[in-house]
Ligand binder design. Structure first.
Ligand code: SF4
Ligand code: SF4
Length: 489
């Protein structure tokens, strides 16, 4: 398939596999391209990288004593902050919900537009695109890079390579550095990292992510998508014949012929397709794929070949869309001379959309209806009860109270569902005038106490029962409850 300078190097990686599964890596030299898809990809790249690098520096006032970083995974404080959202360790199910929503969103995207995640949003694609842009800036476009790699190792070669490696290293360090900023106060950590006062774990993570960024975006590139990533294999199950994919319309493009040949063929009454076999679609492809060979695992659906072919068709004054987003069903319909059909709304996409709405709706409901106070109760396992010498029965509990607001609160603890005459005692806690324990809980804190419920023997009647522990804010209206049980002999 070699054609034109550099194509002997940029052969389809899959061709190598046909000859020998373990054939050495064939380097891909993607050419620069301009067009609508490229503009969209630049916009997405800038937006995603800006969010990633800038987010840790955004401040969000949560009141005194609380971190003011908008997005923070505060591991020592056991909190996750996302702007006005604060997640406690016992609420990790929100992350589960988030992961489920992300999975369904990925399924929906795939059933609508194939590997759109791979082509536009995946971090491997985004960072590889960034590394390629830097490479192009320093070493030049496709032809210059091929020439440089095939030429002598002289001063210019070394200077360009060193400049590129240093630039890549700076991006890789910034990537690893930005990651750790999500786990500590960003401005303080930046200062500490540069003055050598940051904790060892911060340097370790910066080192690990610097290596992975450099290795995957600088060296591995398309090999990650073709050989390492499991998603191309899995996503085949999510797609169907109505999913939009980057498609070469071979009914229009074949038989390929140069402009001159096409003229001759047409003059002789022979058919000639619109594809002029210029190989521009292959030259711009970041994975070295020839889309004209049909749907392939190596195609990450980035759409850059659409831009390349559109510019060729425009130059030749031919209709654009020889390579475009289209569906397998239309591929067949066009061959049969039928009009194309597009069905984005179909049972599969409706199901995914309904699941996304259901999961996010449920999470939003539970989040908005959660209180600022909470109580958890754990009954003693051993012994389950103690019979006192006066015949009364005592059950022990560990009770944890939560105060989610930024000031100290006092909670009155009471137990319901116990017989008349039962007493609630909390170790080391004063009782109010009504005889109920009043527990102080610090701002944005939890407090654990040991409690006992004692029921006089005459009231027991030999039965165990369910009980409810209720906390009520002193002078306030907020209450929270937790169910448990009282065990009798
Ligand atoms: S860019 Fe278009 S015309 Fe050129 S080889 Fe590819 S499909 Fe054919
Ligand atoms: S074939 Fe086209 S869509 Fe597929 S990876 Fe290459 S440039 Fe992107």
């Amino acid at each position: 398939m070699a054609k034109g300078p550099g194509f002997e190097k940029a052969a389809h990686p899959a061709d190598a596999m046909e000859e020998n599964y373990y054939q050495e890596h064939i380097k891909v030299y993607p050419a620069a391209v301009q067009g609508t898809v490229r503009k969209v990809k630049w916009a997405i790249l800038i937006a995603l990288l800006s969010i990633y690098y800038v987010m840790p520096f955004i401040r969000w006032d949560r009141g005194p004593g609380l971190p003011d970083q908008a997005v923070l995974a505060d591991l020592p404080g056991r909190r996750f902050y996302f702007f006005f959202i604060e997640i406690w360790p016992q609420e990790v199910y929100y992350f589960t919900g988030l992961l489920i929503t992300a999975a369904f969103t990925l399924f929906l995207m795939t059933s609508v537009a194939g590997r759109v995640w791979c082509g536009y949003l995946c971090w491997q694609t985004v960072w590889t695109d960034l590394f390629l842009a830097v490479e192009r800036l320093i070493e030049g476009d496709r032809r210059e890079r091929i020439k440089l790699d095939e030429g002598p190792i002289d001063g210019a070669y070394v200077a360009k390579k060193v400049m590129k490696w240093v630039a890549w290293l700076v991006i890789a360090v910034a990537t690893g550095g930005a990651w750790v900023l999500y786990f500590s106060d960003a401005p303080t950590l930046v200062k500490n990292v540069f003055t050598g006062q940051a904790p060892f774990i911060a340097y370790l993570w910066i080192g690990i992510l610097t290596f992975t960024t450099y290795f995957f975006a600088g060296y591995m590139r398309e090999q990650t998508c073709i050989y390492v990533c499991p998603w191309p294999r899995i996503q085949a199950a999510m797609t169907d014949e109505f999913a939009l994919n980057v498609t070469y319309r071979n009914d229009r493009g074949e038989p390929r012929a140069s402009v001159k040949e096409a003229k001759k063929l047409k003059a002789a009454g022979q058919p000639a397709g619109d594809c002029v076999d210029c190989y521009q679609c292959v030259a711009v492809c970041p994975t070295g794929t020839d889309i004209r060979l049909g749907s392939q695992l190596s195609c990450i659906q980035c759409g850059l070949c659409i831009d390349a072919c559109t510019s060729i068709m425009t130059k030749l004054g031919r209709e654009t869309g020889l390579i475009a987003y289209d569906t397998p069903v239309n591929f067949d319909r066009r061959r049969e001379g039928l009009a194309p059909v597009y069905k984005i709304v179909r049972p599969r996409t409706i199901l995914y959309a309904v699941l996304i709405v259901a999961v996010t709706g449920f999470m939003a409901y539970t989040f908005l209806s959660r209180g600022n106070a909470g109580v958890n109760v754990l009954h003693d396992r051993n012994p389950l009860y103690v019979q006192n010498s006066d015949g009364s029965v005592r059950n022990g509990y560990t009770i944890r109270l939560l105060n989610r607001v930024g000031h100290e609160r006092h909670f009155i603890l009471a137990v319901e569902g116990v017989p008349q005459g039962a007493r609630l005692e909390v170790v080391g806690i004063d009782h109010n005038v009504d005889g109920n324990p009043v527990i102080h809980v610090g701002p944005d804190r939890t407090r654990e106490v040991r409690a006992a419920v004692i029921v006089p023997g005459a009231e027991l009647k030999g039965r165990s029962s369910d009980v409810v522990f209720r906390i009520t804010e002193q002078g306030g209206r907020e209450t929270a409850t937790a169910k448990d049980f009282f065990k009798a002999p």
